[in-house]
Write a new protein. Structure first.
Length: 529
């Protein structure tokens, strides 16, 4: 199938009529359906509440408006899930008109007016401006349990992946599990061609509609879409079995869900559930990906992983299982952002699909989650960011598994890219890096803590103000190196000087100091002149 084959999928937006799609674009532009105008109309608090899936504050503001506006109508219809009269739609959408909205599959007749069949979100991609992104209405917009083939909108996970994806110029990129197309839109800004896959034909229909609606800002020729974009339906890497890419981004259906012997594919929430037991979908993706990466290419994704329970009091280190998923010939950087217990995990995902309405069914589903985790002796579930690369020259540079629960600067991608490039530079330099002349990074500050009246500080902290925002505890030698690190002397010259001043004959002094300096370089706290 090519992209055009997803232009008319049942119960999804239709994109076969470009004239109608362009008319919708005209009306949305005319009513200024964008973040700033919406915020000005609703207020910051109501917009923030909407971001938490709470629509009442926005409805309260709109209900108090003395005069209905076209923008207010569009907000009520496509963001708040309200029914609007035919007259209000005619005023708000005079170009596409009600008939056009019906043909596009965006609204349906309901009660004494019309209601939306999809939601329209405002999103800023790497393109120069805002986009409108169609996706399925959430339970806060349309009460009830979500349909199993629900097409998710722009959530925290999709924004996170977009912010951590390193954006070098590439020829070919893959968005595996595209959903409504969020990662695809970002990839188009720096990839000559992007292939987007999904198990769901409905998801690919939403993606194509969004491409057509935003073809101007994405700089796409709607008549020649296949020159820049390929849409393929299928599971995991099946649709691209014989293809390789320069970059793969994926927000896969990584949610760990209890399996049932009687379950059918159509019973799964496909946007989050990959249909495999435990966290095996993620480990399978990682195992399959390397053959689809060109030399020097990398993959970035989000993931859940299970952390086995050692005993009643403790769990095994989270990275022990995860590190075993990666072949020895890959560069790897995994950051665990948070851990949760099996019970909290179950509550989160039952609430996500609005499965808490029926108390009896909720209890059964809750038990199924806990039984499933207990069957594998799972003590906790981790969530985090995954980066791995097929080295261009075969030599592994990076093998890093770390836990960073604190808030990091976003977008994080430039900092990740900088640290990966430094790891490469250190490998390539060998011992020659000790001849480098260094400076302390501009965002780095030092804190000294000591008891009142004490002659020397008891703790010296080095804090990174941007990027990962690390904190390092320094000893007196490391602090002395940093205080003299103004680029005038080389690393070796400074280390030799410090050894003569405070080394006191300790044979391991210089080795430990070199190791600490290399770590600060790898973490972006020191930089080469």
């Amino acid at each position: 199938m090519n992209a055009a084959d997803f232009s008319a999928i049942e119960d999804a937006p239709n994109s076969y009529d470009l004239v109608l799609v362009d008319k919708l674009h005209t009306d949305l532009t005319e009513i200024n359906f964008g973040f700033d105008a919406i915020t000005e109309l609703l207020g910051v608090d109501a917009v923030a509440a909407y971001g938490r899936d709470q629509i009442h504050p926005a409805l309260r503001v709109l209900d108090k408006q003395p005069v209905d506006s076209a923008l207010g109508c569009a907000i009520r219809l496509f963001q708040l899930g309200q029914t609007e009269s035919a007259g209000a739609l005619v005023e708000a959408f005079p170009t596409v008109r009600v008939e056009g909205l019906l043909k596009l599959g965006l609204v349906e007749s309901w009660a004494s007016g019309y209601r939306a069949k999809v939601a329209l979100a405002v999103h800023a991609s790497d393109a120069d401006g805002e986009m409108w992104v169609a996706h399925d209405l959430g339970s806060h917009q349309r009460p009830g349990v979500l349909r199993t083939d629900h097409v998710l909108g722009i959530g925290h996970a999709s924004r996170t992946l977009a912010q951590i994806t390193i954006r070098h110029e590439v020829d070919r990129a893959l968005d595996l599990g595209t959903g409504c197309g969020v990662q695809l839109f970002h990839l188009l800004s720096h990839a000559k061609h992007v292939t987007a896959t999904d198990l769901s034909a409905r998801a690919l229909a939403f993606t194509r509609f969004n491409l057509m609606l935003n073809h101007r800002i994405l700089k796409l020729d709607p008549q020649r879409l296949d020159e820049r974009v390929t849409l393929l339906q299928g599971s995991l890497f099946d649709p691209v079995a014989d293809q390789c890419f320069d970059l793969i981004a994926s927000n896969p259906p990584f949610v760990i869900t209890p399996r049932k012997k009687s379950e059918r594919e159509q019973d799964r929430f496909t946007y989050r559930d990959g249909g495999m037991a435990g966290d095996s979908l993620v480990s399978t993706l990682i195992a399959q990906a390397p053959v689809h990466l060109n030399p020097g290419a990398h993959m970035q994704m989000l993931s859940n992983w299970e952390i086995p329970r050692l005993d009643a009091e403790s769990n095994e280190p989270w990275e022990r299982r995860v590190s075993g998923w990666f072949a020895d010939d890959l560069d790897v950087w995994v950051i665990e952002r948070e851990q949760t217990t099996p019970s909290v995990y179950a509550e989160t995902w039952l609430r996500d699909a609005s499965q808490s309405e029926d108390s009896a069914a909720y209890a059964l589903a809750y038990d199924a989650y806990l039984d499933d985790f207990e069957s594998r002796q799972v003590g906790a579930i981790g969530f985090g960011m995954v980066y791995f690369r097929r080295p261009a020259h075969g030599e592994v540079t990076l093998r890093r598994f770390e836990q960073i629960p604190h808030q990091m600067e976003q977008p994080l991608a430039p900092s990740l890219d900088r640290d990966i490039q430094m790891a490469d530079a250190l490998r390539e330099a060998g011992e020659a890096w000790k001849q480098w002349h260094l400076l302390v990074a501009d965002d780095v500050t030092e804190e000294r803590h000591q008891r009142p009246g004490a002659e020397h500080p008891e703790v010296i902290l080095l804090r990174q103000g941007a990027g990962v925002r690390r904190t390092e505890i320094l000893d007196s030698a490391q602090a002395g190196f940093l205080s003299a690190c103004d680029g005038e002397l080389s690393v070796r010259q400074l280390v030799v000087a410090l050894d003569s001043l405070i080394g006191e004959g300790d044979e391991s002094f210089t080795e430990r100091l070199y190791e600490a300096i290399a770590r600060l370089l790898r973490h972006g706290m020191l930089r080469k002149m």
